[in-house]
Structure formats: C-alpha cells, structure tokens
Design a protein around this ligand. Structure first.
Ligand SMILES: Nc1ncnc2c1ncn2[C@@H]1O[C@H](COP(=O)(O)OP(=O)(O)OP(=O)(O)O)[C@@H](O)[C@H]1O
Ligand SMILES: [Mg+2]
Length: 373
C-alpha cells in the first residue's frame, strides 16, 4: 500500500519522520518513539497556529476579482459558492453568512470563532482561509475549492465504504482531530457532510462553525443529533471527548452506511445514545467491532482518544494494522478511491441548488456586532 508518490501535501507542511526503525525495532503499529517524534512536528504546527491566531492576516485577494459561478452547498446560516479569480482563474469556495440570520440564530460568537480558526489552522486534512470580507449585509469566508464533494454523497452513492477505504479516511480523521486537539481546538461537528474529498482522494474537513478554543470544559449544546456525545446531551461539562465519540459514530456510519443511533425523533435518538445502545452489522470484522466498542464508550474514562495513551490507542489498534501513519500525513499512500471530475469547473460531485442573488443593504447593518470580523 505504501508508495513514495506524493498525492499533494505542500512541501512546507510535510512531516519528516526520523530515520526508519532498525529491524530489531520493527513494530507492528506506531511506537512511542515515533509518536514522540511526531509530537515535535505537532508542537511546531501549534506554534505556527498560535502565531497566526494572534495576528491580523494579510490577504492579497480583492473581492472585485472574484467571479461567482455556482452554489455548492447551503446550510442553516447561508450558502457556499464556487468562485473564479478573474486574473489567475483559480477556483475558490466562499461561505456567505447573512449577518441578520447569524444574529437571529445566536451564532455571532461561533462565526467569529469560525473565521479565526480558519485563518489560523494549517493541516493537510483541514480547509483553511484564503481571505475574508464583509459588506453591509454579509460576511464572506473564502477557502480553497475542494472538488470531490462531501463524503456524505459518496457514502450514499456507494451505500457503505469497503473497510480499506473506511480505514484510509478514518486514519486522516484521527490525525486531523489529533492536530486540532493539540492546538486546544474542539471541533464539535464531525459528520460526513462536513468532510470533503479533495481531487487527490484525500480528505479536507470543512465547517468550523462550532469549533472553539477549549480552556477546561464547556457546556454549549451544539452539533448534529446522531453525532452528539452522551456527555453533551446530558449537559455535563465536556471536552475533547465529544469529538472522539463523533469519530466513533463516523467510523460506524462509514462501514455500515447508516449511523449507530437513529430514530425519527431526536429525543429517541438521544435516549439510545445515552444508553450506548447499538448493534454492529454482521459485515463488521471483529477488529472493527472492537474499535467501535472502544470509541462508543458512554463512560469517558474508557473512551479511546482521551485515555492516558491518547491517540496512540488508535494508531496501535488492530483495525488500523497496515496504516503507515507518517505516509498518510504526507499524502504518500495511494488512495483507494479518487473522485471523478471532468475538468476544474466540474461540480458533478455537488447537489444542485437554486441560485439566489446577494443584494447588500444600502447602509451597514449591525456594524458594531461584526466589528471584529
Ligand atoms: N472548501 C469547500 N469546497 C467545496 N465545497 C465546500 C467547501 N466548504 C464547504 N463546502 C460545501 O458547502 C457545504 C456547506 O458548508 P458548511 O458545512 O461550511 O456550512 P453549513 O453546514 O451551512 O454551516 P453550518 O453547519 O454552520 O450551518 C458543505 O457541506 C460542502 O458541501
Ligand atoms: Mg456543514
């Protein structure tokens, strides 16, 4: 499975692992030594994150150079649009949020966080900010365009992922959560709709609308019903554990094609989650069952990701056997699936939406509320 061909991470982001283990050291999994070395890389990324967090970004793109092509996605507070830079033809995805809706839905703080987080993070499996703007009525976040569409759509098209593909994706989500948590960021909205597939077949997590810097614990109820952790539903203070729970739900859904806790009524879904009641389909291998069981642990003290060995519990689990973690982070593993698209402008991996004009008001609305944007 290991290949030296790079599938696309930038040189500046690539990870240089230490010298290969000697044969005496060969270990099936990820050794403490490898993790120690990788932690040095994470520390460097964290310092860079903190530097950007404290600075005002320097953007070189002019709003008037961005030509609007098509709607790619639509959500609770706005929509995401495909754009072309009129001078260099580069494509971007722009999230447009209407100030009034953001205020009505009490999401001002969340969208400010989304902006700051997007400006500061840089990791192979997360999107980041190219530039941002605001006008009289809207705020705009411009990101690189991820043309492969949502994991959600591919999962529905394929019904479920074969284990090697699910493993390939799961390993990137583990690394992305490890990075975000290392930077003290809790993500809080992991689900197939927020995971995009890039043209090289690797993932890009998008939608940092619920992401925040975590100091101690937090209590905010946010996320998506099927993916909510029990401690969040029970209004207990919570921390990074909620992301690992959602990862467990994702792991299950990628392999089964449907989520582990589901009902037509959210209250019934919550009851099942809190009780930790689910059944694995017979197609799950015993290693996969074992991993799911260790992640979907209602008792946080037993949940993979937040115990004393942290992420190593994943990196060394039997289900991930064969995953070359250092090669994955450098995008040097041949992806089991690469999304099809005909040309750079092809949006065949996205749903179709009715286009709506954006007409900013003639005066600046809510100026003081959005002063920090
Ligand atoms: N960088 C991107 N490239 C291509 N498509 C994107 C990109 N970012 C987002 N999208 C598409 O737009 C959709 C909506 O974006 P996003 O998830 O950020 O907003 P949202 O779900 O409306 O936000 P919220 O959850 O805050 O309501 C995504 O699910 C995806 O289909
Ligand atoms: Mg979303």
């Amino acid at each position: 499975m290991y290949s030296h061909k790079s599938f696309g991470t930038s040189r500046s982001m690539s990870y240089r692992a230490g010298s290969p283990n000697t044969s005496a050291e060969i270990h099936d999994g990820y050794t403490d030594k490898q993790q120690e070395q990788y932690t040095k890389y994470l520390k460097k990324l964290k310092t860079e994150f903190q530097d950007r967090w404290g600075q005002k970004p320097n953007f070189s793109i002019e709003f008037s150079d961005l030509e609007r092509l098509k709607t790619l996605g639509s959500g609770a507070f706005g929509r995401v649009i495909l754009l072309k830079h009129s001078k260099n033809n580069k494509l971007y995805a722009m999230k447009v949020l209407e100030k009034e809706k953001v205020i009505k839905m009490k999401q001002v703080e969340h969208s400010l966080y989304e902006k700051r987080v997007l400006e500061a993070i840089r990791f192979p499996f997360t999107v980041s900010m190219e530039c941002s703007f605001k006008d009289n009525s809207y705020i705009y976040f411009v990101m690189p365009f991820v043309p492969g569409g949502e994991m959600f759509m591919h999962l529905r098209r394929m019904n479920k992922f074969e284990e090697p593909l699910a493993k390939f994706y799961a390993s990137q989500v583990v690394l992305a959560l490890e990075y975000l948590h290392f930077c003290n960021l809790v993500y809080r909205d992991l689900k197939p709709e927020n995971i995009m597939i890039d043209k090289n077949g690797y993932l890009k997590i998008t939608d940092f609308g619920f992401c925040k810097v975590l100091q101690g614990r937090t209590w905010t109820l946010c996320g998506t019903p099927e993916y909510l952790a029990p401690e969040l539903i029970l209004s207990k203070g919570y921390g990074f554990s909620v992301d690992w729970w959602s990862f467990g739900v994702l792991l299950y859904e990628m392999n089964a094609g449907y989520p582990p806790f589901y009902s037509n009524e959210p209250m019934k879904t919550y009851e099942k989650i809190v009780a930790g009641k689910y059944r694995c389909p017979s197609s799950f291998s015993s290693d996969l069952r074992d991993l799911v069981r260790n992640v979907l642990q209602v008792d946080i003290s037993k949940r993979f990701g937040v115990m004393k060995d942290g992420v190593l519990d994943y990196k060394n689990h039997k289900w991930f056997k064969g995953i070359e973690w250092d090669a994955i982070v450098n995008c040097r593993v041949q992806p089991p699936f690469v999304p099809k698209y005909k040309n750079a402008y092809d949006t065949g991996n996205f749903d179709k939406y009715e286009e709506e004009p954006f007409v900013p008001a003639s005066y600046c609305r809510y100026e003081s509320v959005f002063i920090d944007f």
